[in-house]
Write a protein that binds this ligand. Structure first.
Ligand code: AMP
Length: 280
């Protein structure tokens, strides 16, 4: 297992692998790794000769009022998890390696990134696409794995890859959940026991939508109303959005498009922002 912290060393390492005809799998993360991240590494291990996990808390995707400073950082434990999952490299650059002084070039997806998360976090996806494009150029992967947990991020990255002709296969791994339904997230550690219990309403609302669709419901307004009702029973939850959207375009749907619709939810659980989604 190698830990690489410099951009030039990572580029040299990737060039070496390319020269040997080896394939590279990249799993971009912000660290504080949990079993959901590990499942992405496992998916990459089965698809590439060498798996690189990047660990970088990307300042560009946080707005000034967000949790960048308090975001959990635990490199040593993360490295052990990556190694156990079969990754060969952890790429963990300091911020000034990625954003050198005077950095002024950004990658913006200008359509899908505007809805849902983009409404309340207008610069978020600009930060994501910029850092992911940089990671693609530095690590030169053949395949990159992302989690369905961030469904809009998946759609935006796929669009960027198509629009900018990155020759990289994007693999999407399913959302890993706790046995009670809560989607694993690095931010779950901010939740108190009672907040965590109430946060279960998010997955309950999504599972109810799935149940309704299985029972024949197609109409978006009814699915959204029921999910909103379930969330609304909790005084500490503030709904940011509940929406049924097309999985590729992120445009709102009137009716379920079987297998291509996403019910996406974002809430504030007091001061913790949580997102989740389900494919319908
Ligand atoms: P993050 O460290 O939060 O930026 O997440 C890194 C990657 O892990 C992203 O592609 C996420 O979508 C993915 N991820 C986060 N939570 C989960 C989860 N519960 N199940 C599967 N993938 C996840």
């Amino acid at each position: 297992m190698q830990i690489i912290t410099s951009v030039s060393k990572m580029q040299a390492f990737a060039s070496g692998l390319h020269a040997q005809g080896k394939t590279i799998g990249l799993v971009p993360t912000m660290g504080a790794l949990h079993a959901g991240h590990v499942s992405l590494v496992t998916a990459a291990v089965g698809r590439a000769d060498c798996v690189v996990v990047s660990i970088f808390v990307n300042p560009a995707q946080f707005s000034p009022n967000e949790d960048f400073n308090k975001y959990p950082r635990e490199l040593e434990a993360d490295v052990a998890k990556c190694e156990a999952a079969g990754a060969q490299v952890v790429f963990a650059p300091p911020a000034d390696q990625i954003y050198s002084k005077g950095f002024s070039t950004f990658v913006c997806e200008d359509s899908l990134a505007r809805s849902l998360e983009g409404v309340s976090r207008p610069t978020h996806f600009r930060g994501v696409t910029t850092v992911v494009a940089k990671l693609f150029n530095i690590c030169r992967p053949h395949v990159a794995v992302f989690g369905q947990k961030d469904a809009q991020q998946v759609a935006v990255i796929k669009k960027m890859v198509a629009d900018l002709n990155f020759a990289i296969e994007i693999v999407v791994a399913p959302t890993l959940r706790e046995s009670d339904g809560l989607a694993l997230s690095s931010r779950n550690r901010y939740l108190s026991t009672s907040q965590r219990l109430e946060a279960l309403a998010i997955s309950r609302a999504l599972f109810k939508a799935r149940e309704m669709v299985e029972g024949g419901e197609r109409r978006s307004d009814r699915l959204v109303a029921e999910a909103t009702h379930i969330l609304g029973q909790h005084r500490r939850i503030r709904v940011i959005y509940v929406s049924l959207v097309d999985a590729d375009t992120m445009e709102p749907l009137r009716e379920v498009k079987t297998g291509h619709s996403i019910m996406a939810v974002a809430v504030w659980m007091e001061d913790v922002r949580l997102i989740d989604n389900i494919i319908l």
